[in-house]
Design a protein around this ligand. Structure first.
Ligand SMILES: Nc1nc2c(c(=O)[nH]1)N[C@H]1C(S)=C(S)[C@@H](COP(=O)(O)O)O[C@H]1N2
Ligand SMILES: [Mo]
Length: 202
């Protein structure tokens, strides 16, 4: 392995040289836990996953039904707006494009509001979700997500700041307009490109 035996600063330099460290970020080898509120409890009997709004075929799946969907594996980097980046994270889950094929967004659909437990939301343009590397992840490094990292299901959008990678996802609402989510209402950028340091609005 190219990066084996290197310490954190050496790894950071390697990622920087490889063009993988966005400006103002530093590499972490630990995995910080970051979210607003408490870790929700998962109850497989009442949990459901809904896709609704501007789609031809709305979906409502139980946990059992969700797990019948075909799974993919993706490895990607993760950049938090609080300035840490974690590299080469291996996720398993359902490709976002797999869901898009099933729900068939209407032509007016341009944005998705991601809904999570406890009313948490985040807004992402549909075009940014319609990418190979975007997935609804159930596993990290081959193991089910831990409760504090989003068990049973979280979104992964590697090319945007990690607050868009919503933990404890329960639904996707397709919209024809951009609607600020939780952090966006609290001053974070509507889009959140780490390469342009789109941390805050205004
Ligand atoms: N439901 C929910 N998802 C969330 C958040 C949150 O507050 N609530 N915070 C986001 C932020 S700011 C970050 S950096 C990542 C952190 O993911 P991690 O705790 O697995 O490192 O989760 C994101 N997903
Ligand atoms: Mo974050």
């Amino acid at each position: 392995m190219l990066f084996e035996g290197k310490d954190r600063t050496e790894l950071q330099q390697a990622m920087k040289s490889a063009g993988r460290l966005p400006p103002g970020q530093s590499l972490t080898l630990k995995w910080p836990v970051l979210h607003y509120g408490s870790v929700p409890r998962f109850d497989p009997r009442t949990w459901d996953f809904r896709v609704y709004g501007l789609v031809e075929s709305p979906l409502k799946l139980s946990w059992e039904e969700f797990n019948v969907l075909p799974k993919v594996q993706r490895t990607s980097d993760f950049h938090c707006v609080t300035r840490w980046s974690r590299f080469d994270n291996r996720w398993d889950g359902v490709a976002f494009q797999e869901l898009l094929r099933r729900v068939k967004p209407k032509s007016e659909a341009a944005y998705v509001l991601i809904h999570a437990e406890q009313g948490f939301t985040a807004n992402v343009p549909l075009a940014d979700l319609n990418r190979e590397e975007v997935l609804l992840a159930t596993h990290y490094d081959g193991q089910p997500l831990t409760p504090d990292h989003g068990y049973p299901l979280r979104l992964i959008v590697p090319h945007l700041y990690a607050w868009k990678s919503v933990k404890w996802v329960r639904g996707l609402e397709f919209l024809d307009h951009d609607q600020a989510g939780f952090w966006e209402q609290n001053g974070y950028h509507m889009y959140g490109d780490p390469w342009k340091e789109q941390r805050f609005s205004r």
